[in-house]
Design a protein around this ligand. Structure first.
Ligand code: NAD
Length: 266
């Protein structure tokens, strides 16, 4: 049983809050040295890095906007300079700019596509280049490198009022599977996690009070998810326990994709 990530290096984007923050702490607890990327909110990332280091781990907080090619290149270079290589990418950064179609501005559309889809392309490309360049790393586990994309149930469930977000996550599905098909032979494993409703800053209005009660109707398992639910899945996908899992999206959604409105006999 190999769940340990001892000796491995992980870069997690968008890790100053929510799911990314949870993933960084969890991968560090499993033994990985972690590069904790933040965009604007440095403090939580810096504090998490200090906490991990104080507990005997290795961590660094790194600024960078994943939608900017030069930022992404620098982010990967700083990670490799600090830790000597890279074994795991968690491409997690994401945001929403919600609007009905007639009111959606081009800027709202572009911002979501730039961060959620282009950002994951730039990070995946940088990871593949690094995995190739560094060759075999004895500490890396069975795969030569692992890429985990953060998708959403909305890669599958259409979402009125959020066409930009749903399109970006639908794009992640084929980005991830095409990439997995392209580079699997090199023993680079590529997968995605599709969270359902997880209580974080991105959906604070939907996961509290009366809105939370309405949301629960969409979740057969009967609770709203926590960042740790996603971090546990990411840890498994990063570890050798999932070594034969490649090109798959793991839905971690309490059953949200089970058409819950048909529970009462349709
Ligand atoms: P969050 O808002 O707490 O985290 C998103 C992170 O992305 C933030 O830390 C933010 O700073 C970062 N980010 C935004 N723009 C960036 C940029 N240009 N460069 C670098 N980082 C940037 O929300 P979260 O729920 O933790 O979201 C994490 C991921 O999970 C996103 O991809 C989101 O789409 C996905 N997701 C979340 C849910 C949910 O219910 N919370 C459901 C499905 C998918």
């Amino acid at each position: 049983m190999q769940l340990s990530l001892n000796g491995q290096v992980a870069l997690i984007t968008g890790a100053s809050s929510g799911i990314g923050y949870g993933c960084a702490g969890t991968l560090a607890a499993a033994g990985a040295a972690v590069a904790i990327n933040y965009n604007r909110n440095a403090e939580p990332a810096v504090q998490l890095a200090q906490q991990i280091t104080a507990n005997g781990g290795q961590a660094i907080a790194l600024a960078g906007d994943v939608s900017q090619e030069s930022d992404v290149e620098r982010l990967f270079q700083q990670t490799v300079d600090r830790f000597g290589g890279l074994d795991i990418l968690v491409a997690n950064s994401g945001l929403q700019r919600d609007a009905a179609i007639a009111e959606m501005t081009l800027e709202q559309w572009n911002t979501v596509i730039d961060v959620n889809l282009t950002g994951q392309f730039l990070c995946a490309r940088a990871a593949v280049r690094q995995f190739r360049q560094q060759g075999e790393r004895p500490s890396a586990g069975r795969a030569r490198g692992k890429i985990i994309h953060m998708s959403s149930v909305h890669q599958l469930i259409p979402w009125a009022g959020h066409v930009n977000y749903a399109a970006s996550k639908g794009g992640i599905d084929l980005l991830m599977r095409s990439l997995a098909q392209e580079i699997g032979e090199e023993r680079i494993r590529v997968n995605a996690v599709a969270p359902g409703a997880i209580a974080t800053a991105i959906n604070v209005d939907a996961t509290q009070g009366d809105a939370a009660k309405a949301l629960l109707k969409l979740i057969p398992y009967g609770r709203i998810g926590e960042p740790q639910d996603i971090a546990n899945a990411v840890l498994w996908l990063a570890s050798d326990l999932s070594d034969y899992v490649h090109g798959t999206t793991l839905f971690v959604d309490g059953g949200m994709t089970l058409y819950p409105e048909f529970r009462g006999n349709g």
